[in-house]
Design a binder for this molecule. Structure first.
Ligand SMILES: *Cc1c(COP(=O)(O)O)cnc(C)c1O
Length: 337
């Protein structure tokens, strides 16, 4: 697919699809399948592996000698970028919001283990200093390749166009069809890529993004950002007459009120339920919130038997080991975002 774009192999694809029959039974709801992108295999896996296959290939094609990206202290994107860079012998610079904790754990511990250089930027939590730090690297004679926050540009999103083709193939082999796909939506590359893939492949499934980040001072509404990103993704894939509008996206915004990385009862009960009915680990920031949202949509009758819903597990489990994101503490908060 897309032979004009360079692509590396960084993981194990296709990722498995499993049926969560004990979970559906406990809800008396629709059939629930799960796509296990937590099993992509790149340093504990996750959805960013798909984006990085295109992004890091582009870095190599452009003859860069290091990659630089940004995220929160517990960024899964940063951890997988550090692993991808190590795999191909590129230096990795991570621009992290907040201040260094006394003891690194979860994703941050892995960033260090994978050899990334960390740049802490305090209150600038969304990569505001990425360009300035990249410019410093350039002035030191390096050739940095910039990967945006969450890996969400057109090239990164292309990874999820490919993912949709992978899913279509699996559904055909399994002789199954699905009515909707639910997933965590944050920097948008996943949702934009799935949407382009759905259009390209003529799939009928409904895409339900569950918003993770609280909308604060975003210059564009999230749906408008998704529309722009999907349109530019279609452009680089040379699907020329493919234009997307904000109304093309379903984004559930009822579950992000606690703020990014704040573990509330929603996440705690969803992570616990899936662990104890299926033996599958979700994460406290993304998939816990997205599953909490899906369970609420099921409980309110928006999805019901005999429908089939696919939950796209996007990874993130290393954050389970950050005490700031503890599922046990009733009032735990994440100071590092
Ligand atoms: C980044 C991430 C997401 C969100 O994907 P976007 O493409 O940024 O919307 C969901 N789940 C996990 C575990 C992630 O790390």
């Amino acid at each position: 697919m897309f032979p004009n774009l360079p692509r590396l192999s960084l993981g194990f694809f296709p990722t498995p699809i499993v049926e969560l029959s004990r979970l559906s039974e406990s809800l008396g709801g629709p059939r629930i399948l799960m796509k296990r992108d937590d099993q992509t295999g790149l340093a504990l896996g996750g959805n960013k592996t798909r984006k990085l296959e295109f992004l890091v290939a582009d870095a190599i094609q452009q003859q860069c000698d290091c990659v630089i990206t940004a995220g929160a202290a517990q960024s899964n994107h940063c951890r997988q970028t550090a692993a991808a860079a190590a795999m191909v012998g590129l230096e990795c610079h991570l621009v992290l919001g907040g201040t260094p904790p006394i003891q690194a754990n979860g994703n941050l511990l892995l960033d260090e283990l994978l050899g990334a250089t960390l740049h802490w930027t305090g209150a600038d939590r969304k990569g505001e200093q990425l360009s300035a730090i990249a410019a410093q690297l350039t002035s030191q004679g390096k050739h940095p390749y910039r990967i945006p926050y969450g890996g969400s540009n057109a090239l990164g999103a292309a990874g999820f166009v490919v993912a949709m083709a992978e899913l279509q193939q699996q559904m055909q082999t399994m002789e199954r069809s699905i009515d909707a796909i639910a997933f965590a939506s944050s920097s948008g590359g996943t949702q934009a890529g799935l949407t382009v893939g759905k259009a390209l492949l003529g799939m009928e499934v409904e895409l339900v993004g569950i918003r993770i980040d609280k909308a604060e001072d975003e210059p564009l509404s999230y749906k408008a950002q998704l529309a722009q990103l999907a349109t530019s993704t279609a452009q680089i894939l040379e699907l020329s007459d493919c234009q997307f509008q904000p109304a093309d996206f379903r984004v559930e915004t009822a579950y992000q009120e606690a703020g990014y990385g704040i573990v509330s009862d929603l996440e705690r009960s969803a992570v616990t339920l899936v662990a104890q009915t299926e033996g599958i680990l979700l994460d406290p920031v993304y998939t816990g919130r997205a599953m909490g949202g899906l369970l609420d949509l099921i409980q309110s009758g928006q999805f019901q038997s005999p429908q089939t819903i696919l939950f796209w597990h996007t990874g993130g489990q290393p954050a389970l080991f950050d005490p700031k994101l503890s599922l046990k503490e009733p009032e735990s908060t994440a100071g590092d975002g």
